[in-house]
Design a protein around this ligand. Structure first.
Ligand SMILES: [Zn+2]
Length: 83
């Protein structure tokens, strides 16, 4: 089942659940969350990028193997999870 990651759109307004990124296992066909189930605040979805890309730099590969995560800012309040 897919695991999706969410985070509060307005982190200062987020509750203990959504202020930091949290993962949610979703059933097939289930709609993505738009609001925090705890506080009802707006959420953004952290999008996982495709797993392997030929264009990834060596530095990214090393960081990934070391367990780091990297987020790319798409627009105000939206981030793509690179890995
Ligand atoms: Zn919340």
């Amino acid at each position: 089942m897919p695991i999706r990651e969410y985070q509060a759109k307005h982190r200062r307004k987020g509750c203990d659940k959504c202020r930091l990124p949290f993962e949610r296992i979703e059933r097939p066909g289930e709609q993505p969350l738009r609001q925090c189930p705890e506080c009802g605040g707006a959420l953004i979805r952290l999008i996982s990028a495709p797993r392997v890309g030929a264009s990834r730099s060596g530095a990214d590969a090393r960081a990934k193997s070391a367990g780091f995560h990297k987020l790319k800012k798409i627009s105000k309040g939206e981030y793509e999870k690179i890995y």
